[in-house]
Design a binder for this molecule. Structure first.
Ligand code: HEM
Length: 204
């Protein structure tokens, strides 16, 4: 199956096109800056994995994560986010190889489209709780002027920017989660790369 065919299938499953999903990786300022760099990315992964590991109502979903500790899962994911969204290559520095190859790294787990939907739901809840993405209680993370006061114009820019950030993140995660499911169905055994193995194979 060609890359284009995989992208088309991922679009059908997620409702988000490949091009739309890429916006999150191309924002200016970068998503890495918008979320508060390393500590902000770590907060996002912590909020997310807190939800996953507390989701005892969905045993089938929680069991996918049975072989990982929460701390290790947070560390892997936040490093990936820092690297993918415009920061330093922390994921690579952990010995994860040059490429991220998400499909290969997930192919050993039983991940259905239903699991992708639940993953996205937990991530959307995490996004909505992130302190840099709140528009109500804390509206001026990056809209302040030099006097430390917030003009109406700055305030509006800020809200628009937060909405743009959230929209781009939702599209990226939705598309990527379903892409992982679609691509995993077409992986050959020799293309698998587990969580800790460095993958010398092809780029997915
Ligand atoms: C489709 C639903 C998904 C499920 C059920 C799932 C499940 C998992 C599991 C069980 C792990 C191993 C945890 C660890 O020890 O690190 C993992 C790792 C990871 N996941 Fe996912 N995941 C999904 C989607 C995604 C998406 C959409 C992304 C990114 C946009 C992502 C990024 C990662 C990363 C970076 C790792 C670490 C891989 C490594 O160790 O190199 N996952 N995922």
């Amino acid at each position: 199956m060609s890359k284009q065919e995989l992208q088309r299938r991922a679009f059908e499953a997620s409702g988000v096109s490949y091009e739309e999903s890429l916006k999150a990786t191309k924002l200016i300022p970068s998503l890495y800056e918008r979320l508060g760099r390393e500590s902000g990315m770590e907060e996002l992964s912590t909020l997310f994995y807190d939800r996953v590991f507390d989701d005892t109502e969905n045993d089938w979903f929680l069991s996918i994560f049975a072989s990982s500790t929460k701390a290790e899962a947070i560390d892997n994911q936040y490093r990936f986010f820092v690297q993918t969204f415009g920061g330093p290559d922390l994921y690579r520095q952990k010995g994860k190889g040059k490429y991220t190859r998400l499909a290969g790294r997930h192919a050993n787990y039983p991940i259905s489209h239903e699991a992708a939907d639940l993953w996205v739901k937990h991530m959307e809840d995490a996004i909505n709780e992130h302190k840099y993405l709140e528009t109500t209680s804390n509206p001026c993370k990056y809209g302040q002027n030099q006097n430390n006061s917030v003009s109406e114009q700055h305030y509006n820019n800020n809200i628009d920017m937060i909405e743009e950030t959230k929209e781009a993140m939702r599209a990226y995660f939705r598309y990527t989660a379903h892409y992982i499911v679609v691509a995993s169905e077409y992986m050959r055994d020799d293309q698998l790369s587990g969580g800790t193995k460095i993958d010398e194979g092809r780029v997915w």
